[in-house]
Design a protein around this ligand. Structure first.
Ligand SMILES: C[S@@+](CC[C@H](N)C(=O)[O-])C[C@H]1O[C@@H](n2cnc3c(N)ncnc32)[C@H](O)[C@@H]1O
Length: 385
């Protein structure tokens, strides 16, 4: 495949002190950029907040039901591969808590979820309590949890300006809950890529909150696939019956410089799921930046490759059968449509590991989590003094 970006000749060229991506968080230019960024972050939050919980019937009638099941399978495989009994888990951009059951199956010991969308965190709370799972209600979850509402890519805002004084960095808010064994950011890391400071903050938070040897798992759009499709398209838009992606006129030459890899915005529409601005994440830059924060790449795989590889393992074939994403192939509607399969190709799954040796001593038990969460238990991090 033709790469969307030129690979950097050496990843160490991004490491401090030679990092190419220097910034000035306190500078005036940055201040203006942050105001725009906040507007977009709000747009994303409002979009997800407005999405209501679906009934089982509505969910099964979705034009992308098999894609949703496939994505659940990919997330389940990642969780089964990397979460262990008793682990403390940080779920960045946890949404409505769609992964709670997966974490429960992995028998984790503690769960902290955070999302910017208030409506989603409230749905996550009721799902955790077992009050409102339309899909399959079940016994209570076996791990204590804590939920936060806020922007997990928010930058340090102790700059004294009036817009920023209520915002608090996530690594500070969660300092007492850390270190986590696993951090997960599913289908959301690209929302941090609107500016360099936010992308850095996202990775700095993950790094600060993970223990040495801790694992960061995630899924996000595959920039190479998106840029390849953009270049193959007649204009600035492409898609199929279930999705479209549109770039602004400013990108009409379809060229993207390695020296400005942040803020490459496009509009993404996915039937019955997404309709908001997103940002390209050139993976080699992501990898290089992650290394600066002590996070080393274990693997990145496009979803198609991921499916091919893990469908060779009987336990994951059985999981796929149970989730029903690929169906039995006996009738067309029992399996992923070609258009859904094309959407799967737009994403990749990644695993990073925080450098360093794990501490010998187990982390002392967390007393912040609860087994039942009231509305008042949700911490709104942007309201912290
Ligand atoms: C596609 S959904 C994925 C939700 C969940 N991780 C999952 O896999 O089911 C993307 C989520 O990212 C959240 N999100 C976007 N920007 C965010 C930010 N800056 N801070 C926290 N959450 C954010 C949205 O509110 C939404 O719930």
């Amino acid at each position: 495949m033709k790469r969307g970006y030129q690979e950097s000749s050496s990843s160490s060229s991004y490491g401090p002190p030679q990092s190419k991506f220097k910034y000035n968080p306190e500078g005036d230019g940055q201040f203006l950029e942050d105001e725009n960024t906040k507007i977009f972050a709000r747009k994303v939050a409002d979009h997800y907040s407005a999405r209501t919980n679906q009934t089982l019937e509505e969910r099964e009638a979705s034009p992308i039901i098999h894609l949703k099941k496939l994505n659940n399978w990919i997330k389940s495989v990642l969780i089964q591969l990397y979460a262990k009994n008793g682990d403390a888990v940080l779920d960045l951009a946890c949404g409505k808590g769609g992964d709670l059951i997966k974490w429960d199956k992995a028998r984790i010991g503690y769960y902290v979820g955070i999302d910017i969308a208030e409506g989603s965190i409230e749905d996550c709370r009721t799902r955790y309590n077992g009050d409102a799972d339309h899909h399959q209600r079940r016994k209570k979850f076996s791990f204590p949890a804590r939920l936060l509402c806020g922007d997990c890519f928010e930058v340090n805002t102790n700059s004294g300006n009036s817009f920023a004084k209520f915002q608090v960095r996530l690594d500070k808010v969660l300092a007492e809950d850390a270190p986590f064994d696993v951090c997960s950011c599913q289908f959301a890391m690209h929302y941090s890529w609107s500016t360099e400071v936010r992308a850095r903050r996202a990775l700095a938070n993950v790094s600060a909150l993970l223990r040495p040897g801790g694992i960061f798992i995630g899924t996000m759009p595959d920039a190479n696939v998106i840029i390849k499709k953009l270049r193959e398209a007649e204009g600035l838009q492409f898609g199929n019956s279930v999705y479209w992606i549109r770039f602004d006129e400013e990108f009409d030459d379809k060229k993207f410089k390695s020296s400005s890899p942040f803020g490459i915005k496009y509009k993404f529409h996915l039937e019955d799921a997404v309709d908001c601005p997103e940002w390209i994440v050139p993976f080699h830059i992501f990898k290089a930046l992650a290394e600066e924060y002590g996070l080393e790449l274990v693997f990145v795989k496009n979803s198609h490759v991921f499916v091919d590889e893990y469908m060779k393992k009987p336990e994951f074939v059985e999981l796929m059968r149970r989730l029903g994403a690929l169906g039995d192939g006996k009738d067309d509607n029992s399996t992923l449509s070609p258009d859904e399969w094309e959407v799967a190709y737009l994403y990749s799954a990644f695993v990073l590991r925080k450098r360093g040796k794990p501490d010998q001593a187990p982390v002392s038990s967390r007393d912040k989590g609860k087994m039942n969460l009231s509305k008042e238990d949700i911490v709104f991090i942007n309201d912290q003094p």
